[in-house]
Design a protein around this ligand. Structure first.
Ligand code: ZN
Length: 135
């Protein structure tokens, strides 16, 4: 329902409100059915409203399309961001792993050094004893 246009019933003279979108109307007082001859003004008004409706519909559809694209773009962006975060935490884990290996290497070197010292001292003592026994 758009703008209603007032007109007088040709049968009984009662005031009727006409929707210009419809081709006929019924008088609510006498019940006579009136076909509407669109006046140029009414026709122009109807065409103008049709065009406005079409433009509004196109705009609404464009807005929906734009929102859809925005949403898809946002989702892709979030996906990429999550992917980058995953890669970043993977790199962090690798770096931590490398640190652990580096520390383990240090500990192993220390352990080997201790083992050599612990073995060398008794060997030296035994050596001295044997040397004294011979001499
Ligand atoms: Zn009437």
């Amino acid at each position: 329902m758009g703008n209603l246009v007032a007109m007088k019933c040709p049968q009984c003279g009662a005031e009727m409100m006409i929707d210009p979108d419809h081709e006929f109307t019924m008088c609510e007082f006498c019940g006579s059915k009136q076909f509407l001859n669109e006046s140029d003004e009414v026709k122009a008004e109807r065409l103008r409203r049709d065009r406005e409706t079409a433009v509004a519909k196109a705009n609404a559809e464009a807005e929906i399309e734009k929102k859809k694209i925005d949403t898809e773009y946002q989702l892709k962006k979030d996906e990429i961001r999550t992917g980058v975060d995953t890669i970043r935490s993977g790199v962090d884990m690798l770096e931590q792993g490398a640190d652990v290996i580096e520390k383990a290497k240090g500990a192993l070197r220390l352990a080997v050094l201790f083992a050599v010292i612990l073995l060398a001292i008794p060997a030296l003592i035994v050596g001295c004893i044997i040397f004294n026994a011979i001499g």
